[in-house]
Design a protein. Structure first.
Length: 242
């Protein structure tokens, strides 16, 4: 590192050597943070479960065959169905039916996800909750209420159930692997940052090369700084012999 007229010149080769020399410290920090992230995700954070139900909607008149136009129109209207599913009327009705007194419709909207895959007439309703059984109940109830609401608003003959929600057996989040990997990466980056910061703030001269590089002066001789320490060691050895 070289400072001239408030401009800092960084020797990338020297910086890389510093990081390589502190590699054990950086890796150790990453491993420590990874273990901490694993512990937090597995034993501290509450697991979240997701349950999904799917409905199939086809917009056609009664006693008529299904045409390509019916399929195309139904596909285009899936976004409308998604908005109706997430509407305040549907969510408040679900809260009332399931007696979710601790929830309002905004809280329920936060745990609800409606997916409409492109070029399909299938709408997926996913609910997440700490209780897997409750996640299933809410998802199925939303499907029932939303089906009634869509039928009334959009004048649909019928909405078919493509898939009912079930009790999830595996948690959706937090992912132990992702938490460990991300925490380990953050830990290694933080330690590398402090190593680089220490390198940038260190303006001490350590060798005759530094004298020539930073001060532009030539060294005539080197005086070892360990002479005094060597004398002390010799004195201790002599004292022990006596």
């Amino acid at each position: 590192m070289n400072k001239r007229d408030d401009i800092i010149e960084i020797n990338l080769g020297e910086l890389f050597a510093i990081l390589l020399g502190r590699a054990f410290l950086i890796i150790s920090s990453g491993i420590f943070f990874a273990l901490a992230g694993l512990f937090v995700s597995k034993f501290v954070l509450h697991p979240i479960y997701e349950s999904t139900t799917k409905i199939y909607i086809l917009n056609k008149e009664e006693n008529q065959t299904v045409t390509y136009s019916d399929v195309q129109i139904s596909t285009q209207l899936t976004q409308d169905y998604a908005e109706l599913i997430k509407s305040r009327y549907v969510l408040e009705e679900v809260i009332q039916r399931l007696n979710l007194i601790e929830m309002d419709y905004k809280d329920l909207a936060d745990v609800l996800r409606v997916d409409t895959p492109s070029d399909t007439r299938i709408v997926a309703i996913t609910v997440k909750d700490e209780d897997p059984l409750m996640a299933m109940k809410i998802a199925n109830c939303i499907r029932e209420v939303a089906s009634e609401h869509i039928t009334n608003v959009m004048d649909i003959d019928a909405i078919n159930v493509a898939e009912t929600a079930n009790v999830p057996t595996e948690k959706a989040s937090p992912s132990v692997g992702k938490w460990a990997a991300f925490s380990g990466f953050i830990g290694a980056v933080i330690m590398a940052f402090f190593v680089i910061l220490g390198y940038l703030l260190d303006d001490t001269i350590k060798s005759n090369d530094d004298v020539e590089r930073y001060l532009g002066l030539s060294t005539l001789a080197l005086v070892p700084l360990t002479v005094e320490e060597q004398d002390k060691k010799k004195a201790k050895k002599n004292a022990k012999k006596k």
